[in-house]
Ligand binder design. Sequence first.
Ligand code: ISL
Ligand code: CA
Length: 583
Amino acid sequence: MNSQLNSRVLVRRDGGKPWWLDTVVYQIYPRSFQDSNVDGIGDLPGIIDRLDYLRSLGVGTLWLSPVFASPNDDNGYDISDYDAIHPDFGTLEDFRRLLREARARDLRVILDLVVNHTSDEHPWFLEARSSRTNPRRDFYHWHPGRDGGPPNNWESFFKGPAWEFDERTGEYYLHLFSRKQPDLNWANPAVRQEIYQMMHRWLGMGVDGFRMDVINFLAKAPGWPDAPGEGAGGLVFGGPLYANQPGIHDYLREMNAQVLRHHDILTVGECHFLNPQLARDYVERERRELDLVFLFDVPYETDRRNLLGHVDRWHAAFGGRTGTAVTLNNHDSPRLVSKFGDGGEHRERSAKALATFLLTVPGVPFLYQGEELGMTNVSFPRISDYRDIEMLNRHAALLAEGCGEAEALARLAPDSRDNARTPMQWSAEPGAGFTRGTPWIACNPNHAAINAAAQETDPDSVLNYYRALLRLRRESPALRGGTHERLAGGRNEVFSYQREAAGEAIWILLNLSGEAVTPDPAGRPPGNWRRVLGNLPGTGENAEPPARLEPWEAVVCRRLLKRTGETAARATERPLKEAGVCG
Ligand code: ISL
Ligand code: CA
């Protein structure tokens, strides 16, 4: 599949290339990144203290998970004031300082836009629930119910019905997530105007864009139909009736016309239940909706062999244009190195192999804090060690079904969102260098071995491998926006692919399995290739590509340029100098 970057994507109204096509985004989960005032909770001054680290890592954009006022039923994804910084995180002045300090280091900052729902403690909802005739009543979805029960059979994401009965006014309100996260009624133009004004205020302050939480859920199917099928307790997953409803595109186009297109920003939609065709409707330039959607439909665990296949399918459906945010880790998923890689013997090597994949396939890469250290899942001994509402509710539901305490914990732990939310592992000290107080969630005990301080000085660390890859990417037009062509790998977990742009060709060979393999020789592209990066120590950059791949081996090669008058020796030096990763 030879896919050219379509020039329409690259040209903005001002004729330039959008900055975000060349960026790499780093997601910060502020509660768990860096505490500065010993209360055990990460905060904005803590992030400022780590900007030099982020700069040295080589990412270009920071995405902050929500930092707004919130009662923290869902760790900030339940917002009670869109214009206020949560006191746990600092002040608005701290935020302005973060923007200034980030800019001074050439780092951009995007915020989490959570507008499918607010907190039930948001003043809009307090008003809405005060009486049926309150002017804010229609900011949310209210319904009298059906046969003495909820209006339909939808199940909430966090267990139980998606509707809550409000005693005072005698009606139900919709909450796709927790009952403290009532869904906003986007059909109401007054809601939309409030949100657009709020977005303008943050953008006016200098924010560089938004990651948009469950943004494809804003429009709900008219008439509140039941979801088809049978489920426990009569509850059924209602996804098809609120994801990708036709009205969503009207809202996003309006948002684009009234807000987004007036700023030079990046927007990325968290959209679940997408396929490549549906995804295109959100990011096709001419439609003027969003810039990127996350590529999520990758069943890592069950379908490892298809990892590259998914990227290929999306890339092909987009006609080779960049519309996807590629990501392996975030605050909602267990650590991929544990789940899909090798959390044991080959932890470092598999973390580096996954990094190689993330940073060399087409799309804008999103890293998640701690991924660059190869941080792993945690296994806490007691349910009381966990903090996440989803984990706690699922645990309670299993106990109610008669499951034993220990078994419930064992079943849920590998998928708990708290795996990704343990504190960033800066050092081997107690508190992992994250806090000198008591952390809001315990540190992973393996911080004694896995931490940034130790990796800083080790040239073969996962951290330094990420740095080398990010540098290679910055200096390689082929990796940033080149064509993408898949080559024969041989076995299922062996991937071979080539990227090309501006006369530069990069060939990537990956073995995403724990066994040594000989890749299909037919997958070797023509030309004279030399390694520029690999995840096995001592394999010698500038060497020939290997004929056999060790478990979890990753190799990045560059084709030597043939130029008239150029000596072989000179040609050999070339890629190394350009990549700047050897030495
Ligand atoms: O995390 C999940 C499963 O473990 C998902 O169901 C998740 O709830 C879904 O991906 C939506 O996520 C986003 O919105 C939620 C919030 O809890 C998540 O943290 C956020 O990423 C509600 O705002
Ligand atoms: Ca703090």
